[in-house]
Design a binder for this molecule. Structure first.
Ligand code: NAD
Length: 709
């Protein structure tokens, strides 16, 4: 047996007449420079060696090839480039087979597409997920995929980044054969032998005929452009993917490859790529906290929920969907019945839309039980309180939980603003009390703020993160303060928007400016969707503690006094005639805004959209810096993830703190100082921001990793 190390990370070995090339670069065989070099050398050697009649490429460990090494992006590129490697594989004069198990994603799939024959075993995941990182396939993915399987499925795969399983890959023609036994190597070798026995020749994807019907392909490209303009508004790379496919159609494979490469490099250099990759890494880091490094989670097999309103029902659904049983407590039988109905309504609608079978609904609801007696919670491992946002009510509930719950049970509150240290201190077991701040609708929204009070034990924090994982939520660690990370910062930038509105910008211009920045909705559309009454109640509650010197804009109060709470009442900042879900601007609101400006003695001025964005973001970033300074968030990336997952911040901008770095902190601080000339009380530069600017440092420099146990 001839075993030659082409590099540390790619080995070749002659198996009869078949050269076995194994990529061995744990954990996912990513295509770093050494792997690319090794693959190139191995295919070159196989092509030259007369003893070799066929080539089999496999991955060692759990995957074929997971993709590019994304840590190389933005750095100097070391040759050989992947397109060169793929072209060499495709040009090989002997049949090349890729045998795929685990992930064949991005560059990994492109290597497989450059092979002449493909086999996949059960559990294989094929895909071109580059688009999710602001990128596009850069090693022939936009050229070989449509030729091989047709333009419509190829664009679907490249524009969504979704994973395709082995069976679907076979149906699409992305692979030629399934390896039934699951033993990738044995299946791959058997396939190679079969091909040799039938004298199969190299069969190159570049020559496949998927683009032959030019008129049909043109129509599909036009449709994809229209769809992408709607669905991927503001995103750079999806249109480039379509451009690359079109270039290959118009000018042939080789020119298509050149265009693809040029567009790929444009994507690499785009700020969107940096933002999306920051988001990708931030999402992985966010679940690593100091507590997780110190402790192991408690076991959670049964969850209690107190309150069956908007949040309690949503939380119960999230827990039921994760396969755990839920015991719900309500204050009386009719409220409990309503709580049960709130849950059932959601499942009924899934069944009506064909997204759930009646049997699955019945099985899920069988895990739910309810009671008006707290004793029913005696055996739960964790309980989440979601009753009215009033301290006295919360105290009453926690006294009951303290009385009935078993030792070691985690007692969590879903409060939005209240002081969890105070809630914990009133129990006999403050080490077990934590905040689990879900977002509405709790069964849909990905974000979970884990609010860590002073006395809580590390294993309870670890338990909260483990629960988040079970519920498929993204958990962010927050400290105790009014509004924690998200709502506290929201309160400040929403105030900045209100100041803009009072000073001359219409709510419609503000919403549009922020949509153009990349938000799915502007703040006044969000307010109409959530219900203006919710913010109104909070403002009334806070009226007594508001700084009397602080500017207070009353426009929203004027609307609420008229009962205009938004979508649910048919009008708010916008009009929603006949139950419409998209609002239209309301001249009467503009009259009210004018009247409020006059009453406050404001001479309205105009703002450009860019000025609106500048003020809104400066307020967000400055309060973000305060939240960091007070250690409410431990790292800037915790704030970024909070806003990406809970507040609609455009993912391609990476989150507010990442965005601040891209603008330049000195520029942000200069803006804040400029705005402070008119309102020094509101625009107070955060000490942390000032410090970073003085040190010429970035928020990114404050991101750190905590190792998990
Ligand atoms: P809700 O009014 O819809 O529901 C509250 C439920 O609690 C009601 O069904 C009520 O009957 C029940 N309840 C009241 N007192 C009780 C008691 N002593 N024992 C048992 N049940 C009792 O309110 P919601 O919107 O679901 O909010 C609940 C909590 O979640 C609040 O703390 C709120 O701040 C927080 N929260 C709300 C949102 C949101 O968007 N609505 C988001 C995050 C957090």
């Amino acid at each position: 047996m001839d075993v030659a190390q082409t590099t540390d990370k790619v080995t070749r070995e002659l198996r009869g007449a078949v050269m076995l090339i194994t990529v061995d670069h744990p954990p996912v065989n990513a295509l770093g420079a050494e792997v690319r070099r090794g693959l190139l050398a191995a295919i070159e050697a196989a092509d030259q060696d007369p003893a070799v009649h066929a080539v089999l490429i496999v991955g060692a460990g759990s995957h074929f090839i997971g993709g590019a090494d994304i840590r190389e992006f933005g750095k100097t590129r070391t040759p050989p480039a992947l397109p060169e490697v793929c072209d060499r594989i495709e040009a090989c004069r002997k049949p090349v087979i890729a045998a795929i198990h685990g992930a064949a994603l991005g560059g990994g799939l492109e290597v497989a597409l450059a092979a002449h024959y493909r086999l996949a075993v059960d559990g294989a995941k094929l895909g071109l997920p580059e688009v999710q990182l602001g990128l596009m396939p850069g090693a022939g993915g936009t050229q070989r995929t449509p030729r091989l399987i047709g333009v419509v499925p190829a664009l679907d795969i490249a524009l969504t980044g979704r994973h395709v399983g082995a069976a679907e890959a076979l149906a699409l023609g992305l692979v030629d054969r399934l390896g039934e036994s699951g033993d990738t190597l044995a299946e791959g070798l058997a396939y190679a032998q079969a091909l040799l026995a039938s004298h199969a020749a190299p069969r190159r994807s570049r020559d496949a005929q998927g683009l032959a019907d030019v008129a049909a392909v043109k129509a599909a490209l036009a449709a994809a452009r229209a769809d992408t303009a709607k669905k991927s508004r503001g995103l750079f790379s999806p249109m480039k993917i379509i451009d690359a496919v079109e270039a290959g159609l118009d000018h042939g494979f080789d020119q298509g490859m050149k265009t693809e490469r040029a567009l790929f490099l444009e994507c690499i250099d785009s700020p969107q790529r940096a933002g999306l990759i920051h988001a990708f890494f931030a999402e992985r880091e966010v679940s690593k906290t100091p507590e997780l490094a110190a402790a192991k989670p408690r076991k959670i097999a049964h969850v209690g929920v107190v309150g069956g309103g908007t949040m309690g029902a949503g939380i119960a659904i999230a827990v039921l969907d994760a396969g755990l049983p839920v015991t719900m407590i309500e204050r009386d039988t009719p409220s409990l019945e309503r709580g049960r109905q709130n849950i059932e309504k959601v499942y009924d609608s899934l069944v009506a839309r064909g997204r759930m079978t009646p049997d699955a609904k019945a099985a899920t609801l069988a895990r739910w039980n309810g009671s008006t007696q707290y004793e029913a919670l005696a055996s739960v491992d964790l309980v989440i309180e979601a009753v009215f946002e009033e301290m006295a009510v919360k105290h009453g509930v926690f006294a009951e939980l303290d009385r009935v719950c078993k030792p070691g049970a985690v007692l969590a509150t879903n409060t939005s603003y209240l002081d969890i240290d105070e809630i914990a201190a009133r129990t006999s077991r403050p080490a077990d009390v934590i905040g689990l701040h879900f977002f509405s609708p709790a069964n849909v929204m990905k974000l979970l703020e884990v609010v860590v009070p002073a006395q809580v034990s590390a294993d309870v924090v670890a338990t909260a993160f483990a629960l988040a994982k079970t519920l498929r939520k993204t958990a962010v660690r927050a400290g105790v303060c009014d509004g924690f990370i998200g709502n506290r910062i929201l309160g400040v930038y929403k105030t900045a928007a209100d100041h803009l509105m009072a000073d001359g910008a219409s709510p419609y211009q503000i919403d549009k400016a922020l949509r153009d920045f990349g938000y799915p909705m502007g703040p006044y559309q969000v307010s109409d969707l959530a219900g203006g009454d919710i913010g109104w109640a909070t403002r009334k509650r806070r009226a007594a503690t508001r700084d009397p010197r602080a500017r207070y804009v009353q426009i929203a109060d004027r609307l609420c006094e008229r009962g205009w709470f938004g979508q649910k009442t048919g009008r708010g900042f916008y009009l929603y005639p006949d139950g419409a879900r998209t609002g239209t601007p309301d001249p009467e609101v503009e009259t009210i805004v004018d009247a409020e400006r006059a009453r406050a003695g404001i001479a309205p001025r105009t703002f450009t959209d860019a000025e609106i964005v500048r003020r809104y973001l400066a307020a967000m970033i400055n309060e973000g810096a305060n939240v960091l300074h007070e250690r409410i968030a431990l790292r800037p990336l915790d704030i970024d993830v909070t806003f990406l997952y809970g507040y609609g911040f455009p993912r391609y901008r990476g989150g507010p703190m990442h965005y601040a770095d891209t603008v330049g902190l000195a520029k942000v601080l200069a803006d804040i100082r400029e705005f402070a000339a008119d309102d020094p009380l509101f625009w107070r530069p955060s000490p942390l921001l000032v410090d970073l600017v003085e040190r010429d440092a970035t928020f990114a420099s404050l991101n750190q990793s905590f190792q998990s146990k």
